[in-house]
Every structure is written in C-alpha cells, then in structure tokens.
Design a protein around this ligand. Structure first.
Ligand code: BGC
Length: 451
C-alpha cells in the first residue's frame, strides 16, 4: 500500500510544540501528550524536526551523533514510546535526516582537525588550501546559504597554516564529502538504525545537496555547482535500496532546484518516494501564479509516475497568515490557500501552528536565536515561536517554564483549546478539510503501470 501518495503529514518543529519537563523547550514526551489532538485534527503522519545529539547551533540541524537522541528532547525510550503511541492513534512517524553535513563538534570533524593534510580523517569533509599569499583567501567564491563565504579556515596547525573547510550552511555545519565511501556506509547504518526502531520514513534535509562540483566553472548563470549535481541521484538510489527492505517506509526529499524537470528527477521510480514542492510556498497570493506552480509540479511528477507533495510553509519561511498580507486579510488568504493545498491531488505537508492561523511573531533582536540571524540574514525565529494550547495557562500551556522564544500576547486569541470549541476557527476549518479528504479518497495520482 502506497499510503504516502495522498497522506497528510504534520510537521512538528520539536522545540516549539510542547514542553513536558519545564525547561522551556519542546520534547518527545510533549509530543506524546498531544497525540489525541493530532488524531482529532486528522493527520496521517508526523515529520519530526531533528531529534539527534546536537550542540543546537541550528536547532538540531547540526548533528554530533545521528544515532543518538539529544537529552533536550528525551532519549531512545521516549522515541520508542512515541512511535508506539502514535501508531496506536493511527499516526505514522517520519523523522528528519541530515545527510549533507554534520556538526563541527562531530567526532569525525574533531578527528579531521587533529589529523594531517591528506589523511583519511580529513577526506570525510572538504578541506582545501587557501588561495593568495599564505593561503589567506578562500579556495573559491562559493557563498553559504546562511550568508558569507561557504569556507572557513581552520586554526594554524603544527604542520603549517590551516586549510579551509566547506560549509554550505553555517561554519558549525561542515559539509560531508560524498565521494568518501565511509560517509555512504554511515548513512546506511543510520537509516537501518531508525528503521529497525520502527520509524515510517525520513524527510531528507537539503536532498539536492550532498554532491558538489568543487572545481567546476559554472557553464550558465543557473548552473549552481553547489547543488543538484547528477551524482546526488546515486545517493538517493542507495537510500531507496535500503528502504525497500522495509515495507511501507518512505523517503521524502526537501528538494530546492531550478525547474520542474530537475525536480522530477528526484522522484524517479528508484529514488525518493516524494519530493516536497517549494513553488507553492514561494508563490504570491495570485491565481495565475498559484495555478502555474501547481501545473508545473503536477506535470513534472506525473511524468515519472510519482505523486505530488504540497507545502505552504515550514520552519524556514514566513507563515501564510503573515506572508499573504497583514491582519484579517492575511488570515483569510491563508485559510483560502489551506483549502487549495488540501484539495490538490497528492500528499500535503502542514506546519504546526498553521492550523491555528498563527502569524509570524515580531521578536525583539535580543530574543532571536536563529543561526541565520548571526550571519546578518533575516532570522527565521518569527515562524518558530512555541504553539499556544490554552489561553488561560501560563505560556499558553506550552511549558511550565520560560519558553525558549517569547510567545506574543496576540497568540492568546489563537489557542488550540479555544479554537476546537469554535466552529468558525481556523482549526475547525482544517479539521473539516481533512475530514473531507477522508470522505473523498483518491486524491493521489495513480502510479504508472509497472514494467
Ligand atoms: C533546514 C533548515 C536548516 C538547513 C541546514 C534546511 O533544509 O530546513 O532549517 O537550517 O537545512 O541544515
């Protein structure tokens, strides 16, 4: 059964969903306590943001051990309990997977810094000598997605001046070298580790990353040697081959590429099961623009027999209730777009809090935590503020402590408990839309006939 082809996935941004132990940061037991709510909402599966051991420079997307749970979220027992309980509620659990990079505190990266030039320890990452006098300039002009150069120079070493290492995101997230077979073997081990524990699949972070053409000169302005290189499809074939040993598990990519034809390559029959479309989220509230994004994606995935997968927002972009306009206009448009999203054929991705119609929070600079903010870019904290559950409780029921990001006062009007009672609320609209999907199955495009 290809359950994912029309499933509704609910993204739990773990730090901001529910805190069970009063440290102000969401956790696995907190999610477990909300399964009744999620069942009532009517979602089919969860996507958990990274729960692995991490110094939290990028809220868990900087990982020191892909097969351990960070204590801030809980432990392996808590994962097992969450999976078992979610399954009992009829909800599947998928987890984030971050294959492009590790934390700079990962034992591999520490070993790399402590090892000589050209050693196997350094080959798991991308180290290069600098250019110019004394190697003081980065090896090339690549930019990091978070702003600034994609290269950072390591400190000088006994054997001579430091080399530079590549990081397409923050300097605390060195990129792995996907021509190194140890890197492949380690990912396979990670996949099996979590599949054996019963997860239903993976959301693969930056699935168009991993392989790069470090020494290539771009041949055209939209040819980006950092991303979407042909070799990355071999990585996805490996992931798929492993998943195929486990029935009904799913690999879903966050794929940001330059056009629909490139996008479709990721969901060919031996690669990802689903790739999350980003065009819909990037479209303005404009019928022609929305229609073009939808048709583009449907044509692309249809050409390879895959189902589409729609997303309006996630923890990286402005929330729909703010993005489409301020105040009641933004809310009305966000509600309309939710209905568009949920009426489309294929799978749908909901971001926690959008079902409550949360707007972005306007945070004072001193409260911002996002790694991007420290690199001079706009911070993503506004869309990551903790979820309000009950207006009358301290921190609206998110925590008994101090929330890790301040929750704005106007979230008091958007608590889940109050919205459940109000048939005109955004939450009721979402519930009704999900109910209609269930009453009218057949949302997914039919798969291509087999060979
Ligand atoms: C995630 C971001 C993260 C980045 C680096 C993205 O795909 O969604 O939140 O900062 O990857 O891991």
């Amino acid at each position: 059964m290809q359950w994912w082809r029309d499933a509704v996935f609910y993204q739990v941004y773990v730090p901001s969903f529910t805190d069970s132990d009063g440290d102000g940061i969401g956790d696995l037991q907190g999610i477990r306590g909300r399964l009744g709510y999620l069942e009532l909402l009517g979602v089919d599966a969860l996507w958990l943001s990274p729960i692995y051991a991490s110094p939290m420079v990028d809220n868990g997307y900087d990982i020191t051990d892909h097969r351990a749970v960070d204590p801030v979220w809980g432990d392996l027992d808590a994962v097992d309990e969450l999976i078992a309980d979610a399954h009992a509620h009829g909800i599947r659990v998928t987890v984030d997977l971050v294959p492009n990079h590790t934390s700079d505190q990962h034992p591999w990266f520490r070993a790399a810094l402590a090892s000589p030039t050209g050693s196997p320890e350094r080959d798991r990452y991308h180290f290069r000598p600098g250019q110019g006098v004394g190697g003081a300039e980065p090896p090339n002009s690549w930019r990091s997605v978070f702003g600034g150069s994609a290269w950072t120079r390591e400190p000088a070493r006994d054997e001579g001046p430091g080399e530079w290492f590549l990081h397409l995101f923050s300097p605390a997230q060195p990129d792995l070298n996907w021509t190194n077979l140890e890197v492949w073997a380690d990912l396979d081990k990670t996949l099996r580790f979590w599949l054996d524990r019963g997860v239903d699949g993976f959301r693969i972070d930056a699935a168009h990353g991993m392989c790069k053409q470090l020494d290539a000169t771009p041949t055209s302005s939209d040819d980006d040697p950092r991303f979407d290189q042909d070799d990355v499809h071999d990585v996805h074939r490996m992931i798929r081959a492993t998943l195929d040993h486990y029935p009904e598990r799913v690999a879903i990519g966050a794929v940001g590429v330059r056009n629909a034809a490139r996008f479709a390559r990721y969901v060919r029959q031996d690669e990802l099961h689903l790739a999350v479309d980003t065009q819909l989220a990037a479209s303005r509230f404009d019928a022609e623009e929305v229609r073009a994004a939808i048709e583009d994606c449907l044509n692309a995935v249809g050409s390879v027999g895959a189902a589409a997968s729609w997303l309006l927002s996630d923890h990286d972009v402005s929330r729909p209730a703010s993005r489409y306009g301020a105040g009641p206009v933004g809310t009305a448009r966000a509600r309309a777009m939710a209905l568009v999203q949920l009426a489309l054929p294929g799978a749908a991705y909901l971001y926690n809090g959008d079902e409550l119609g949360l707007p972005d929070a306007d945070l004072p600079d001193e409260a911002r935590r996002d790694a991007v903010w420290h690199h001079g870019e706009d911070s993503r904290d506004g869309c990551r503020v903790p979820q309000p559950w009950e207006a009358d409780l301290p921190a609206y029921g998110f925590t008994t402590g101090e929330p890790w990001l301040p929750i704005p006062d106007d979230y008091a009007l958007l608590g889940a408990a109050e919205q459940l009672e109000d048939t005109g609320s955004t939450l009721s609209l979402y519930r009704r839309a999900l109910e209609l999907r269930r009453e009218h199955p057949g949302f997914a495009a039919p798969p291509l006939p087999g060979p």
